[in-house]
Design a protein around this ligand. Structure first.
Ligand code: SF4
Length: 470
């Protein structure tokens, strides 16, 4: 990297080199070259895919929805065992596409590629794959493509880990009016069922000035809402030379003109601070929605999950937040069927759900994940029991959420209009500060605007409303 001052400069060099290659290919083919990025998994992956697309478009590629493109990248997820099997299944189709267009470039990146066993399987059974890279070096796409086009042989570049954060790379956002913003990468929590710390590495936070620079740029481009992203945002800033707490960062973001809404994902109950609650309570921009993954209501299971809080801790935290931020919307993540889960444990989970009354929840059937401590645990719960518990859990969540909904009817609230409703002609869809969806009559020109909507009806997990002008 001797002649480059920064990694971003170096990658810019490779983007330009690939730009030359692109123009030659375009001349040969007499058309633009297309690119397709298939994203699996979480918002962190969505954000990474925006960066991958930004690099490809800077080279000259034109995005297409079709996987039969000149370059197709699969940004993979490995949070569940079946995510891997699904990808292997799909690669069968990709092989046929490559047989039809041998010049097609096929790339695999993301969390799944951080597993040695996966890379070995790809090398052995899917030899048509041209590029394999991981989560720590997605910024190197242009450089890897350059070496691939020079050598015309598969490029595999997987990093064990990294302390590096590369700023100032091109990115192409999915939405004009809202954007995810990475504030940190990795996770040090090692929950016993989770593969993320093994594939996303150790926690490292971006400098606040880099985050603010990105958000000011987004505001200048018309973005109204930002979602601050991290596996555990509470840990933000701990590894910085001058540590900054998450609450302090939120207060800095609050000062950015043009940004009207701030969201964040994902806090961890074990270290959610009073400072954060105070900052949320006193803010005019931080949305009144708290996604707080509970996973289980059983203190025994929470300990086996290595979650570092008890049932009482979680309940007291929820009550404290509800008291300090009246009307705050609570959502959560819950795992059913964790090894050793008894009927009593499950009843504890239902008890918390009834007491907290979540507005919605991501509910998961426990999935044994090779490589995690939980995969070695005995007492795996049988399928029928899991199915029965899962249905009872959904019913209990729905009851609580429906109760909450009733309180919203009749109120007029600001709504960020997100899309034309694709189910009903003439209807628009938007989100309240609580993150709850509301559908109302309106024109497509409203997309990206914040309008006042009177809630007229509740429909379980969403509302119907009417726009209030003036
Ligand atoms: S906090 Fe736990 S569940 Fe969340 S990413 Fe980290 S290890 Fe996984």
């Amino acid at each position: 990297m001797n002649q480059f001052n920064t990694e971003a400069e170096k990658q810019q060099y490779y983007i330009e080199q690939m730009g030359v290659w692109y123009q030659e290919r375009k001349k040969e083919l007499g058309r633009d070259l297309s690119c397709c990025i298939v994203t699996m998994g979480c918002q962190m992956n969505e954000k990474d895919s925006e960066k991958l697309l930004g690099v490809l478009e800077s080279i000259g590629f034109v995005e297409t929805e079709s996987e039969e493109a000149d370059i197709t990248l699969f940004n993979t997820c490995t949070v569940r065992e079946n995510a891997n099997t699904k990808l292997y299944g799909h690669l069968g189709y990709v092989k046929k596409m490559k047989e039809k267009n041998p010049n097609m470039i096929v790339g695999l990146c993301g969390c799944m590629m951080q597993e040695d066993i996966v890379v070995e399987k790809i090398k052995k059974s899917y030899r048509f794959v041209d590029l394999i890279f991981g989560t720590h070096n997605i910024f190197k796409l242009a450089e890897l493509l350059y070496h691939y086009t020079k050598s015309n042989s598969p490029i595999i570049d997987i990093w064990e880990g990294t302390t590096e954060i590369v700023e100032d790379l091109p990115s192409d956002r999915k939405f004009s009016f809202k954007s995810g913003v990475n504030i940190m990468y990795g996770c040090n929590n090692f929950c016993s069922y989770c593969i993320v710390p093994y594939v996303r590495g150790r926690e490292r936070s971006r400098k606040p000035e880099d985050i603010l620079k990105e958000i000011k740029q987004l505001a200048a481009e018309g973005v109204k809402e930002v979602m601050l992203l991290g596996q555990n945002v509470n840990s933000y800033g701990k590894n910085l030379e001058k540590p900054v707490s998450f609450g302090e960062l939120l207060q800095m973001v609050e000062q950015v003109d043009g940004i009207e809404r701030i969201r964040f994902m994902t806090p961890h109950p074990k270290d959610l601070s009073d400072e954060l609650i105070e900052v949320m309570a006193n803010s005019s921009k931080i949305c009144h929605h708290m996604h707080l993954p509970m996973q289980s209501g059983s203190t025994k299971l929470l300990s086996a999950m290595n979650r570092h809080y008890t049932k009482e801790d979680f309940l007291n935290l929820a009550y404290k937040i509800k008291e300090r931020i009246p009307g705050v919307s609570f959502t959560t993540d819950i795992i059913v069927g964790f090894p050793g889960e008894t009927e009593e444990d499950f009843e504890e989970t239902l008890d918390v759900v009834r007491k907290v009354k979540f507005d919605s929840a991501y509910t998961y059937v426990y999935s044994k994940r090779t490589g995690t401590p939980a995969a070695m645990m005995d007492c795996q719960v049988d399928k029928d029991t899991i199915k029965d518990r899962f249905d009872r859990l959904l019913k209990t969540i729905k009851e609580g959420s429906r109760d909450n909904r009733k309180h919203g009817v009749g109120k007029t609230e600001p709504v960020l209009v997100e899309a034309v409703n694709d189910h009903e002609e003439g209807m628009m869809t938007g989100r309240l500060s609580s993150n709850i969806l509301v559908h109302f009559k309106g024109e497509k020109e409203l997309v990206g605007k914040i309008v006042q909507v009177k809630i007229t009806e509740e429909k379980g997990f969403y509302y119907i409303g009417e726009q209030i002008n003036g």
